[in-house]
Ligand binder design. Structure first.
Ligand SMILES: C[S@@+](CC[C@H](N)C(=O)[O-])C[C@H]1O[C@@H](n2cnc3c(N)ncnc32)[C@H](O)[C@@H]1O
Length: 291
């Protein structure tokens, strides 16, 4: 069955992942030299949160919609990481007829933040989604200084094909649907191969948190054989053993940019509070930087 991110677009995990993504991009842009952004599981450019698929589960009600409404009532302006994400979503909506129900996927969110010196490659395995991605990115050209290259194919294969990038600086986002029985093995193999080809690249892997115990074992298995510095950031709205299903959102980052961890330690608790969380957030080094 074809995974449809439209059912989950704008949910709290998307919010957490997309703030983290913009933080990674901004950190890499502290240097003038360009970098390559490789989005291995790109998905769609824009989702309509008022559309039938999004309304089927109403997940955005506890995500972007709740965040925007709580931010509007908050006494302060909010952490810069949260603010710049909200501003990015707003800018994209303004560019598309100011339709408040639109929500961008990672390709457009990232592309609107890239500079002319940066490059993006967006990989999507579903032909129709990939064609729509290409069309919609072109439609958003005024917002995108460096037009991403859309590749119809397998994101894990493209890690091998595209790395190391000629620019020798790169950020790879691995955001799979977790529907394939061997997704874990594919992620682990792709990470190892990616790091063998491009040891200093930044690799970010999104993962769902249902039960914390299972998540910790999963992280340990995926990181087997990896020696590069790795940090993980997690946001749990419900206790990570609640039976509700998706309790939290995690992002494991290999070779994190400087201060990504300390920044996350500041914005995650604020995001947790704004989303009415009942559990917490954490920043944890899984492999420490060798001194
Ligand atoms: C979780 S969604 C991506 C969401 C997107 N990254 C975002 O943050 O807006 C996963 C996407 O990956 C696509 N996909 C599934 N397996 C893939 C593969 N092996 N390579 C590339 N794309 C894949 C699915 O069709 C789906 O559009």
């Amino acid at each position: 069955m074809q995974y449809k991110h439209a059912f989950h677009a704008g949910n709290f995990a998307d919010v957490h992942k997309h703030i983290s993504l913009l933080q990674l991009i901004q950190a890499l842009q502290k240097k003038a030299k360009g970098f390559v952004y490789l989005d291995t599981h790109a998905g769609a450019v824009l989702h309509d949160l008022a559309g039938a698929e999004a309304r089927h589960s109403n997940e955005s009600d506890a995500g972007i919609t709740l965040l925007e409404s709580n931010l509007a009532q908050a006494p302060g302006p909010g952490h810069a990481a949260i603010r710049s994400y909200i501003e990015a979503v707003d800018r994209i909506r303004r560019d598309h007829g100011n339709k408040r129900s639109l929500y961008p996927g990672s390709p457009l969110l990232a592309a609107t933040h890239l500079r002319a010196v940066d490059q993006a490659i967006c990989v999507e395995s579903h032909a129709q989604t990939s064609r729509a991605l290409q069309r919609m990115l072109e439609h958003s050209a005024s917002l995108v200084p460096s037009m991403p290259r859309v590749v119809l194919g397998d994101g894990y294969h493209e890690i091998r094909a595209q790395l190391p990038p000629p620019l020798r600086r790169g950020l790879t986002l691995i955001d799979p649907p977790y529907e394939a029985a061997d997704e874990e093995q594919q992620i682990a193999a792709a990470l190892l191969q990616g790091l063998t080809r491009f040891e200093t690249g930044v690799f970010a892997v999104w993962y769902p948190i249902k039960k914390q115990y299972d998540t910790d074992l999963w992280l340990a298995r995926v990181l087997r054989g990896i020696t590069r510095p790795t940090v993980t950031i997690e946001l749990c709205l419900r206790q990570p053993d609640h039976t509700a299903g998706l309790n939290g959102s995690g992002l494991m980052v290999v070779n994190p940019p400087w201060q990504f961890d300390t920044e996350a330690a500041a914005w995650q608790p604020e995001l947790h509070a704004l989303l009415g969380g009942a559990s917490g957030s954490l920043v944890k080094w899984l492999i420490h930087e060798q001194s």
